[in-house]
Design a protein around this ligand. Structure first.
Ligand SMILES: [Zn+2]
Length: 186
């Protein structure tokens, strides 16, 4: 009969949400984590019940632990690989008749390689998780690849030469960057 007694016992808070949330209105609802009375309009639904807004904020803060140095490493990796990817996109884009088809195959692979390299580096640095890792990686690889694809095309355009084939590496760049974003935005 000890089990039924245990079930009747008042639940002790499993987590003390920081910020000392106070419900603005009297409420019978309680935060599933800190057990403070919880205003219905502030209640956030989670798989384990309704929680106060401070719990959600605390979880986001502890989940993302990356600092500036992690972001710098991610940016450098994405930048260097972006430059390499840009050269590959130029090469594939200049191949001739099958350039577009090849680009459609190669660009997502390049994006996948960049995302995986960043992911592994973050893992190697003590499982660093950054809320903005995906964005940093997209911008850095975009700058790197753009420097070798977009820039020469702009120079040619400014000089009066325009070729539709110059747009193929840029198409590849767009596909590559969307792949980087999709792979890193877990
Ligand atoms: Zn709470």
């Amino acid at each position: 009969m000890g089990e039924t007694q245990a079930a009747v016992q008042v639940e002790t808070p499993s987590f003390d949400c920081p910020g000392n949330y106070v419900a603005a209105n009297p409420s019978a609802l309680r935060c599933a984590k800190c057990n403070r009375p919880l205003d219905v309009k502030d209640a956030q639904r989670t798989p384990t019940g309704y929680v106060c807004p401070y719990y959600v904020r605390a979880r986001i803060a502890t989940f993302y632990n990356a600092n500036l140095s992690h972001y710098v490493v991610a940016a450098l990796i994405a930048l260097v690989l972006g430059v390499v990817a840009g050269f590959i996109l130029n090469l594939v884009g200049g191949i001739g008749f099958f350039a577009i088809i090849l680009t459609l195959f190669v660009a997502p692979v390049l994006g996948g390689v960049i995302a995986e390299a960043v992911r592994r580096a973050m893992r190697a640095m003590g499982n660093a998780r950054g809320q903005h890792t995906w964005l940093v990686s997209v911008v850095a690889s975009g700058v790197g690849a753009g420097a070798v694809t977009v820039l020469p095309a702009l120079v040619l355009l400014a000089a009066g030469f325009f070729s539709l084939f110059a747009l193929i590496p840029m198409l590849g760049l767009a596909i590559m960057l969307s792949t980087v974003a999709a792979r890193l935005r877990w």
